[in-house]
Write a protein that binds this ligand. Structure first.
Ligand SMILES: [Zn+2]
Length: 215
C-alpha cells in the first residue's frame, strides 16, 4: 500500500509544482517551457490517469526513474514487451477471424475478437447459450446432419428448417421473443449483436435461451 500511495502522491505533487509558474526549480522551468512551445505550435496538452504496470513505455520508465539512481539506463521493461506482443497477437487474431470462412453464425453475435474480449467479465456461457452462439446444438438441422433425428424441419406451422436463425423467428417462440424485446427495448433488426452488448442484455438473452421451445 505504501509504495503505490507514495508514488501517486509524487505524481500529484509534480502536477501541483507545475502550477507555480514563478518556480525556480529547473525541472519545473524546463517542463513549462516545453508546454509553452507545444501551445505555441497549437498542440493541446492533456493530463490523465493511466493504469499502472500495464506496459505503457513512458509510464513504466517514469516509475523506474522514481526508484532508480539518476542517469541510470533503465532500458525497456518486460511488461512493455508483453504489451507489444499482446497487441500484435490481437491484430493477427482479428485478421484470422475476419478472413476465416468458418463461424459465420458466431460472427453475427461477435463481429470482432475485440468485441468479444471487451465482454469477458460477464459473458459466462452454459451449454445452452453456447449452442445459440455457435449454432451447434440440439437444433433440427444439426441433429439431422449427425443422424440423431430423421427430419430437420421445425414442427411449427412455418415448416422451415430448424436452425438458430429459425428460432429467432419461430412462431412457437414468439412469446419468449416478445418478453426479450420488451426487456431490452432493442429492435429485432439489431439482434443478435445487441443481445450480448451489455451485462443486462446478455442476462436477458440467457433467460430467453432457457425458456424458448426449440426441442
Ligand atoms: Zn419453428
Amino acid at each position: 500500500m505504501k509504495g503505490p500511495t507514495s508514488s501517486r502522491n509524487n505524481e500529484k505533487a509534480s502536477l501541483f509544482a507545475l502550477l507555480n509558474i514563478k518556480s525556480k526549480e529547473r525541472l519545473v522551468i524546463e517542463t513549462l517551457t516545453i508546454f509553452r512551445t507545444l501551445k505555441e505550435n497549437h498542440m493541446d496538452i492533456f493530463f490523465t490517469h493511466v493504469k499502472g504496470h500495464c506496459g505503457i513505455l513512458g509510464n513504466v520508465r517514469a516509475k523506474e526513474c522514481i526508484s532508480m539512481p539518476i542517469n541510470i539506463n533503465v532500458g525497456i521493461s518486460k511488461c512493455h514487451w508483453k504489451r507489444l506482443s499482446h497487441q500484435k497477437l490481437l491484430v493477427q487474431w482479428e485478421e484470422e477471424y475476419a478472413s476465416s470462412s468458418k463461424a459465420s453464425h458466431t460472427k453475427k453475435f461477435f463481429p470482432t475478437v475485440k468485441y468479444r474480449l471487451e465482454r469477458n467479465s460477464f459473458l459466462v456461457c452454459s451449454f445452452k447459450e453456447t449452442q445459440f452462439l455457435t449454432g451447434h446444438g440440439n437444433f433440427g438441422e444439426y441433429l439431422k446432419r449427425f443422424h440423431r433425428q430423421i427430419t430437420n424441419v421445425c414442427d411449427c406451422t412455418e415448416r422451415e428448417i430448424q436452425n438458430v436463425e429459425h428460432i429467432f423467428r419461430c412462431l412457437r417462440d414468439q412469446d419468449c421473443r416478445k418478453i426479450l424485446q420488451q426487456k431490452l427495448d432493442i429492435s429485432e433488426k439489431n439482434w443478435p449483436v445487441a443481445l450480448i452488448n451489455t451485462k443486462f442484455s446478455f442476462l436477458s438473452f440467457t433467460e430467453f435461451v432457457h425458456t424458448c421451445n426449440y426441442i
